[in-house]
Ligand binder design. Structure first.
Ligand code: HEM
Length: 436
């Protein structure tokens, strides 16, 4: 006799049921429908739409590089995040407008620009040392989530506005988290999400704060995205959408990846030791020496491989295509599971294991590691994210030994991006060399 819920049974294995499944837990959905042979995309109807789920690095190469002209960003997903990323923000733009904004922001990531940001991040990290030292004295663990999140928000503020968002951090953080949650829920729902009043409230908070700060800092001589866009005589609403797009795309992703990376490093005494030794050998604290710190770079990549915050890439076909032998009609939604292809056993030995030195060797497949996407719309902020995360890891490991309180992988919640939805308590001890 079946003990299952009759309502669940009614929707089992049909388009509505699958949509409800995806809505409930996209991570579990991707896992459940992964075929034995990941080389073949899986065709599934969800609600009234046709989806293809892809799990193989060859699919990533096909979609992002070889046949990129047949794949647009998914209009379904773009619509869901429009309020968050700004209707004219880079994420939504195409053609000449997109190229112009990409070009302007890429210039800010020159070596000089990055050296300036390193100094700021360095200071932001040092500000959490007294909190950690106090916790050591009191034999207490420190929940790193709020501290790491604040470092990332402050860095985003410097890049986008040349403004330290310290006093706005709590307000802006809750507005962004709220909107990300709403967008995630909306992406997963059958019908369009109604315009929640709290969504409007969070949007208003972001608009008001960005407009106020932009007005205040406009006369600054220091470089920022705001300054660069203003010098190009872009229209005000266009500029505000870029500020929003960069905050949205860069803040939450970087914070999540840094939290996952710190968790993995805190659980591995040998990774901490190697990062500290490498940091000790650095001659200078600058962008060049950070990029040459190959161990910490490898460690961060390994964290991004296991826990990509952009866990899937959504695309839509603008013409018929054939992918992995399967016909993909024009107008289909094609979702590439970054998390699965980055754990493909043909390309990574013991793929579910954290191996901090894994990326000291070359990749076996260029598209087996794509945490920042690929092709013409590859993440424009990847260098900044790497700078921040690797510098934070280095500075923590140089000064402290860390131990996680929980002896298990972090729990993950899949919204528009993947998050840990729990604290990250870490027990610290000063590294001997630094004990005064
Ligand atoms: C670990 C951190 C980050 C991850 C995992 C990440 C991931 C991604 C991915 C996968 C894409 C491509 C999406 C697609 O093709 O559909 C993307 C695009 C983008 N990212 Fe990042 N990103 C990160 C950090 C940043 C930072 C720090 C910034 C800003 C400074 C940023 C700004 C952007 C923008 C503006 C786009 C849109 C580019 C375009 O459409 O031309 N990202 N990001």
């Amino acid at each position: 006799m079946s003990t299952g819920c009759p309502v669940t049974a009614l929707f089992k294995n049909n388009p509505i049921g699958r949509l409800l499944e995806f809505q409930k837990d996209p991570f579990a959905f991707f896992d459940k429908h992964k075929p034995e042979n990941a080389a073949i995309p899986v065709e599934l109807n969800l609600g009234f739409r046709r989806f293809f789920f892809c799990y193989h690095p060859d699919h990533a190469q096909h979609i992002l590089q070889d046949q990129k002209h047949k794949y647009n960003k998914s209009s379904l997903v773009l619509n869901k995040i429009k309020a968050l990323s700004g209707p004219q923000g880079l994420i939504q733009l195409v053609g000449e407008d997109a190229a112009r904004v990409r070009n302007t922001s890429a210039k800010l990531m020159s070596t000089d620009g990055m050296d300036r940001l390193i100094q700021k991040v360095d200071k932001f990290v040092e500000e959490i040392f007294p909190i950690i030292d106090k916790a050591i004295e009191n034999n207490e663990a420190v929940d790193l989530v709020p501290h790491l999140t604040k470092i990332v928000l402050r860095t985003a503020g410097v890049f986008v506005l040349n403004h330290d968002l310290i006093s706005e951090s709590e307000k802006l953080n809750s507005a962004f988290v709220d909107l990300n949650r709403k967008a995630g829920e909306s992406l997963r729902s059958i019908a369009e999400c109604p315009f929640f009043s709290s969504k409007q409230k969070s949007l208003n908070t972001i608009h008001t704060e960005l407009d106020r700060i932009a007005e205040e800092v406009l006369k600054d001589e220091e470089p920022s995205l705001l300054k660069a866009m203003t010098l190009r005589n872009e229209e005000k609403p266009f500029i505000r959408d870029q500020l929003k797009a960069f905050m949205f795309a860069g803040y939450d992703t970087t914070a999540s990846s840094l939290i996952f990376a710190t968790y993995l490093v805190a659980a591995s005494a040998s990774a901490q030791q190697s990062i500290a030794l490498e940091a000790e050998k650095k001659l200078q604290q600058n962008y060049d020496s950070l990029r040459k710190s190959t161990f910490v770079q490898s460690t961060y990549k390994e964290a991004l491989r296991l826990y990509p915050s952009a866990y899937f890439l959504p695309r839509e076909t603008n013409q018929d295509d054939i992918l992995g032998g399967v016909k993909i009609p024009k107008g289909s939604q094609v979702f590439l599971s970054v998390r699965h292809l980055q754990r493909h056993p043909d390309y990574f030995e013991n793929p579910n294991e954290f191996k901090a030195d894994r990326f000291l060797e070359d990749l076996k497949h260029q598209f087996s590691f794509i945490p920042f996407g690929g092709g013409p719309r590859i993440c424009i902020g990847a260098a900044l994210a790497k700078l921040e995360a690797t510098l934070v890891l280095q500075k923590l490991c140089e000064r402290y030994e860390m131990q996680t309180v929980y002896n298990r992988p972090p729990t993950i919640e899949a919204l528009i991006t993947a998050h840990t939805n729990e604290p990250l308590p870490v027990i610290f001890k000063r590294r001997d060399r630094y004990v005064s």
